[in-house]
Design a protein around this ligand. Structure first.
Ligand code: ATP
Ligand code: MG
Length: 412
């Protein structure tokens, strides 16, 4: 993409009321737009990053047998009443609305109820199981505090997968597969080293759930990490029983701030009992389906990457999620020698399938480098009268700052 074509502009200042580093940098670099507190639109560069993250998650969900669906945001009150989750005292973050005739509707904050209801038309016998269905879908949550930029939106994208199994044993197998897929996802987006499988409260059906917590001062959770085992315990459940279960000692743990980037949960038969999702077993008897749910916020993940890698100059993207692989920055000369060579290199790279952002604007070197650092593409090639005199471009690595000259013929 040519930068003269990109409609977004960079800016020096983020909105005054924006306190989160992730949102400040993403707004300044033109990746997102703040509509109001906790509500952000994604612009071309931002959507490219979000879609890279979504692509990685989708591959991993397909890899464990997930089938992609897309459920509605508008929710039927009657379904939620069956699990008692329509109740505002049970769920404190509903956005509710109504039809012109006064019928109440909800805007989905999660999808256990509607998907369980839907599966009643498709799961009948033991032969129909297992099933795993997932979606990338916009959730609405009336979050009390929305001060963490895209890490805590009131409207945000969630990948939510739900599993349906015959019994606890087959559920446990799938749950472990999903956990491994999550570990791969966080590795692939560049957060593997900072992300801990964290034991958290399990609700009424299992002792623990597992959160995937990434260490960052921008996080709102406190966890206790065990370096040796690369696991952690959420402060909420830290007690002698948990330590005994995990075979670890309190003094081996270190308290850290972290953000929950993913969460996997055994649901048992809570939802299938309430909504009547049963299958007939080999004897023809009705048995409730055993369920699990598995969430990741791609936007929260993107915000966490910014918090982890962003520096005083701007964004720094790991290669796998960068909006473009290469930032080609041309410093045009009066003689007009640079332009045809830069244009040619851009065409050639693009034809080879390399994702290139080409700064072909009429701007000063200072502006171009400042914007390039802010936008944070992993590799920058600068082409100028000076570099073409050596048939070269200057290559700069955004993360390490390492600079080297590369022959134009070798760039490919
Ligand atoms: P938290 O405790 O941080 O509020 P949660 O436990 O309510 O999160 P889940 O219901 O488990 O979150 O949602 C699944 C995933 O969706 C989370 O792991 C997170 O990545 C993402 N997520 C949850 N709430 C938000 C939000 N307000 N904005 C962006 N992503 C979110
Ligand atoms: Mg949680």
């Amino acid at each position: 993409m040519k930068q003269t074509h990109l409609f977004t502009k960079t800016r020096r200042e983020a909105p005054k009321d924006e306190v989160a580093k992730n949102a400040q940098l993403l707004i300044r670099a033109g990746y997102i737009n703040k509509e109001m507190a906790g509500v952000y639109s994604y612009l071309p560069l931002g959507l490219r990053v979000l879609n890279k993250i979504v692509g990685i998650i989708r591959e991993e969900m397909n890899g464990i047998g997930g089938q992609e669906v897309s459920l509605t945001a508008l929710q039927d009150k009657a379904t939620w009443e069956k699990t008692n989750r329509w109740n505002d005292e049970v769920v404190d973050n509903w956005f509710k609305t109504e039809l012109k005739n006064g019928t109440e509707l909800g805007l989905g904050f999660t999808h256990e109820e509607p998907l369980t209801q839907l599966m009643k038309d498709h799961i009948r016998s033991f032969r129909d199981l297992p099933v795993a269905a997932y979606q990338f879908q916009t959730k609405f949550r009336n979050e009390a505090r929305a001060k963490s930029g895209i890490m805590r939106g009131r409207e945000f994208l969630m990948k939510d997968l739900y599993s349906f199994n015959l019994d606890e044993t087959t559920h446990a197998d799938f749950y472990e597969k999903a956990k491994q897929a999550y570990i791969r996802i966080f590795d692939r987006v560049g957060l593997g080293a900072q992300t801990y499988v964290t034991f958290a409260s399990g609700g009424s059906f299992s002792k623990y759930s597992h959160e995937f917590q990434t260490l960052t001062d921008a996080g709102e959770d406190l966890i206790y990490i065990h370096e040796g085992k690369k696991i952690a315990v959420n402060k909420e459940v830290l007690n002698d029983e948990v330590l005994a279960d995990l075979g670890i000692k309190r003094e081996e743990l270190v308290e850290k701030k972290a953000v929950e980037v993913g969460n996997i949960f055994s649901l048992g038969t809570r939802f299938s009992d309430a909504l009547g999702l049963v299958y007939s077993n080999t004897e023809g008897k009705p048995v409730p389906v055993v369920m699990g749910s598995y969430g990741i916020g791609p936007g929260r993940l993107m915000g966490t990457i910014v918090e982890t890698y962003g520096d005083d100059k701007g964004l720094v993207w790991p290669v796998a999620v960068a909006p473009f692989a290469v930032h080609l920055v041309a410093l045009f000369d009066k003689e007009g020698k640079v332009k045809p060579i830069a244009d040619g290199l851009y065409e050639k790279l693009t034809k080879q399938g390399v994702e290139v952002l080409y700064d072909d604007r009429d701007a000063t070197a200072g502006e171009k480098f400042g914007d390039s650092d802010l936008i944070g593409i992993p590799v920058r090639y600068t082409i100028s009268a000076k570099t073409i005199a050596e048939d070269s471009v200057e290559k700069k690595d955004r993360l390490t700052g390492k600079v080297e000259m590369v022959k134009i013929a070798d760039v490919m």
